[in-house]
Write a protein that binds this ligand. Structure first.
Ligand code: NAD
Ligand code: NAG
Ligand code: NAG
Ligand code: NAG
Ligand code: NAG
Length: 361
């Protein structure tokens, strides 16, 4: 019995391996074919496109650039009511159907409510552009003491993606067609001092979408759901505190900061080419591969040399926090009293204790 099942599993494995090898060949052939004969950019006509964080920055530019190229219905979600109405006005003036909604993405109930309204007022969403995000630079340990910012970051940058996709994916699966766009960040595969919570959220949302893709690939009916994830570098927007010198260039040789319109062009082109990953600028894809091969000490030193330092001017970020404060966050329980230490610690503490200098010692 044992021998039969072993033989069976060996044969089964070899068959699956053969299918896998054929599949690999097919994928590489498709890539080569697309390279030699680039397909026409897909038209976005007749799509119903939801853009979150549309009121300013990259989201606004994406909305304007899509509107300039296609007859679409644009559903605009933002917590910045005036900015959103302003954009909707601009879009309507150029003859585009725009539907602005005032939504605070940190509130799951508001997401569900707005999604219901969109289905009634506009119809099924065929493309989601999850773009809204927040950041509040602060030292790592401060996030433990003041978890409000940490929670706002993860609610906006990660949880909202889950809830929004949860609202619209079922209908996409039913229609066997849809496109989910995620505006992530180079911070989805690299790191930055004083942005630990933001970078964590960007890594998080990237992994979340990749796993969703794995899950959908198991669907025997292979619904045609496209995914595009964009990884922009620092961009001149409110989020990066541009104009308020929250990012400091140590030497003039840093990678140049991007214009929101340039990032939007990468994203819209990427969507229309059904690209899975969009690096903005494109050469960051190469940098990411090189960095992954180098010792991390070298990568860290190179980042100090060539990118920006985060200036901890937190008053700026507090002042632009358009998100209203959520209901009081349950205070964290105070940590249990530390056990009496009478040995050496196994691990070095994260912050070495300050040893007061004894006068005269
Ligand atoms: N600016 C950069 O340096 C940079 C770099 C890489 C990636 N990105 C990503 O690009 C995307 C767009 O950022 P941006 O630079 O255009 O910033 P931005 O601040 O100009 O735009 C973000 C928009 O999201 C909205 N928003 C924030 N919190 C919200 C909430 N709770 N509910 C509803 N709307 C909310 C804001 O009102 C704003 O209109 C983000 O995902 C960001 O992480 C930005
Ligand atoms: C930054 O935010 C302010 C206030 O919300 C807004 O008026 C301004 O247009 C934003 N800047 C950009 C470039 O979107
Ligand atoms: C920065 O200032 C310039 C000039 O005042 C303005 O055009 C631009 O929109 C501002 N950028 C942001 C992100 O506020
Ligand atoms: C940010 O910079 C702009 C333009 O330089 C200025 O008008 C605005 O007051 C600044 N905002 C903050 C919060 O410092
Ligand atoms: C402290 O030392 C005593 C005696 O050496 C030992 O029995 C005890 O377990 C130690 N306590 C801790 C918390 O390590």
């Amino acid at each position: 019995m044992g021998v039969i099942s072993l033989v069976y599993s060996v044969i089964s494995f070899l068959l699956e391996l053969w299918v896998f090898i054929l599949f690999t060949g097919q994928v590489f052939f498709e890539i080569l074919y697309k390279f030699l004969f680039p397909p026409e950019l897909k038209s976005l006509d007749d799509e119903v496109i939801l853009i979150t964080g549309a009121a300013s920055g990259i989201g606004r530019q994406v909305a304007l650039q899509i509107a300039a190229k296609a007859r679409v219905k644009l559903v605009l979600w933002d917590v910045d009511k005036n900015g959103n109405l302003d954009l909707a006005g601009d879009l309507k003036r150029i003859g585009v159907e725009a539907f602005p909604y005032h939504v605070d993405l940190t509130q799951r109930s508001q997401i569900i409510e707005a999604a219901t309204k969109v289905r009634q007022d506009v119809g099924d969403v065929s493309m989601i552009i999850n773009n809204a995000a927040v950041t509040y630079p602060q030292p790592f340990l401060e996030s433990s003491r003041k978890p409000r910012n940490l929670e706002l970051i993860f609610k906006t940058n990660v949880f909202a993606h889950q809830y929004i996709i949860g609202e619209f994916l079922p209908k996409m699966l039913e229609n066997r067609k849809g496109h989910i766009v995620t505006v992530a960040s180079v911070g989805s595969f690299s790191s930055t001092a004083f942005l630990a919570d933001y970078v964590g959220s960007k890594h998080g949302v990237h992994g979340m979408i990749e796993s969703l893709k794995d899950e959908l690939a198991r669907d025997p009916f292979q619904p045609d759901i496209k995914f595009t994830t964009a990884f922009p570098y620092f961009t001149k927007s409110n989020l990066s505190g541009y104009n308020n010198s929250t990012l400091v260039r140590r030497y003039p040789f840093s990678f140049p900061m991007l214009e929101t319109s340039a990032v939007a062009r990468y994203i819209v082109n990427g969507i229309r080419q059904n690209k899975e990953f969009v690096y903005c600028p494109g050469y960051f894809r190469v940098l990411a591969v090189v960095a992954s091969l180098l010792p991390s000490k070298i990568v860290r030193a190179a980042k100090r040399l060539l990118t920006y330092e985060v200036e901890l001017d937190r008053t700026y970020f507090e002042s632009i926090a358009t998100t209203p404060l959520p209901a009081p966050i349950t205070p964290l329980p105070s940590p249990p009293p530390a056990p009496a230490k009478n040995g050496t610690l196994k691990h070095k503490p994260l912050v070495p204790p300050r040893v007061p200098v004894q006068p005269g010692s």
